[in-house]
Design a protein around this ligand. Structure first.
Ligand code: SF4
Length: 117
């Protein structure tokens, strides 16, 4: 089966023509650099996303703080991670870059604050 994807590696947004069988990539064309082929092979085999969300803050100058995963996490683990984060309340003060949760689910990823609170 042939499918088209837009590469997200840079603003050029190359249209990738990808021949796929199951989760196996047979061929990639349309990419103007190797990043596009590397990205689409990973996207089809094991997609990852950076998790962005907000958490409640206790005794802070704001009621919530925005957080993100320090690296992209496997897309299929995101619901599990959100369930864990749904039980987290952060104690103020919070600073940008603070690790709110260290290595949840053993994914080798931290959840870090992206704002003061
Ligand atoms: S293939 Fe390379 S040049 Fe094209 S959008 Fe992706 S990163 Fe940019």
């Amino acid at each position: 089966m042939k499918k088209q994807y837009i590469c997200i590696g840079c603003p050029l947004g190359c249209v990738l023509e990808v021949e796929i069988e199951g989760k196996e990539v047979l061929s990639v064309s349309g990419n103007q650099c190797p990043v596009g082929e590397k990205w689409i092979r990973e996207e089809i085999k094991a997609p990852k996303r950076t998790l962005l969300t907000v958490l409640p803050v206790k005794n802070g100058k704001f009621d919530t703080v925005s957080v993100k995963s320090s690296k992209p996490v496997p897309k299929d683990r995101i619901p599990e991670l959100l369930q864990i984060l749904a039980r987290v309340e952060v104690e103020a003060p919070v600073h940008v870059g603070d690790v709110i949760l260290h290595n949840p689910l053993g994914l080798n990823v931290d959840i870090v604050a992206t704002r003061e609170a």
